[in-house]
Design a binder for this molecule. Structure first.
Ligand code: SAM
Length: 282
């Protein structure tokens, strides 16, 4: 066990960095798609990096996985068919399967090694992988969505890496057209939409591409996520047919599963954007 030292991710687009004190490097694998590294930290549990970017820590991933899932699923009237694009650490899948009404949750990540590493070093995120409603695939999400049956899905969750490398094609009109076609009329697309503080223009661009694909109502929900650049992250929901974002408050309040961050009040609070974000997103 080496002496604790500091591990940093320098995030060039924002000229900022995030660091964790680590006590050991536990594993590393170079997959056909990306380099995956696992460290043991002194205070944040295990940490996963993909191509040098902080991806998951045991201590704070609940913020992200809960907010990527529960607002969208409680906004939908009765989500049964859910697809997760990316999400290889399986944390989002676990949250989706907490909803008893979900009949099937398909997770399609391009890189099997992410899931294999998560099974070894983040077993708590993989605890629902054996649920009979879960189907775990390893394929390019772009191709998967393009081949989805039209009007077959209630919710699509895009839990991807940043729009570079294999994830670049998950942020454009063509991909969003596939999502639009695969979703039922009352369906919801929700995608991790980066930092409202340092990547606001990316959120604007994502929403514009979603609009070109046919989606016509959008909701960006900010939330804290310490291990990502700026520590302030977001997800963006998109709907078709002018449908709004009122959610099943009574169901959310009466939910039979525990959450550490998500609540009805947090959901409502996230819908109130700071003025500079509201102005930029219109
Ligand atoms: N929470 C992280 C974030 O916001 O950056 C995302 C976590 S998850 C590990 C990101 C996943 O996206 C990775 O496992 C990666 O393999 C997957 N991914 C990237 N491009 C993909 C694609 N084209 N199709 C499917 N999965 C993809």
């Amino acid at each position: 066990m080496s002496a604790p030292h500091w591990l940093y991710e320098n995030f060039d687009p924002s000229g900022s960095a995030i660091g964790y004190r680590v006590s050991a490097k536990l594993d590393e694998v170079q997959s056909p798609f990306q380099k995956i590294e696992i460290y043991e930290s002194t205070d944040w549990g295990n940490v996963m990096l993909i191509d040098g970017a902080m991806m998951v820590t045991a201590r704070d991933n609940f913020l992200y996985h809960e907010m990527m899932t529960h607002p969208a699923l409680f906004t939908h009237a009765d989500p049964k068919q859910v697809v997760i694009i990316g999400g290889g650490d399986c944390g989002t899948l676990r949250e989706v399967l907490r909803h008893p009404g979900v009949a099937k949750a398909v997770q399609c990540d391009i890189d099997e090694q992410v899931t294999r590493m998560a099974e070894k070093y983040f077993p708590e995120l993989c605890e629902s992988n054996g649920d009979p409603r879960a189907e775990i695939l390893f394929d390019d999400g772009i191709a998967y969505m393009a081949n989805c049956a039209p009007g077959s899905l209630d919710v699509v969750i895009v839990d991807s890496t940043d729009p570079i490398g294999p994830a670049e094609g998950l942020f454009n009109k063509s991909f969003f057209e596939s999502c639009f076609r695969a979703l039922k009329d009352d369906g919801i697309l929700v995608q991790q939409s980066e930092s409202p503080l340092v990547l606001l223009e990316l959120i604007q661009a994502m929403r514009a591409e979603m609009g070109k694909a046919g989606f016509d109502s959008f909701q960006t929900l900010p939330f804290p996520q310490p291990c990502y650049p700026s520590g302030w992250w977001s997800c963006t929901l998109a709907r078709k047919g002018g449908r709004g974002f009122g959610f099943r408050e009574d169901d959310a309040r009466a939910k039979a599963f525990a959450t550490k961050y998500y609540s009805v009040d947090i959901h409502k609070a996230a819908q109130v954007l700071p003025p500079f974000v509201a102005e930029a997103l219109g």
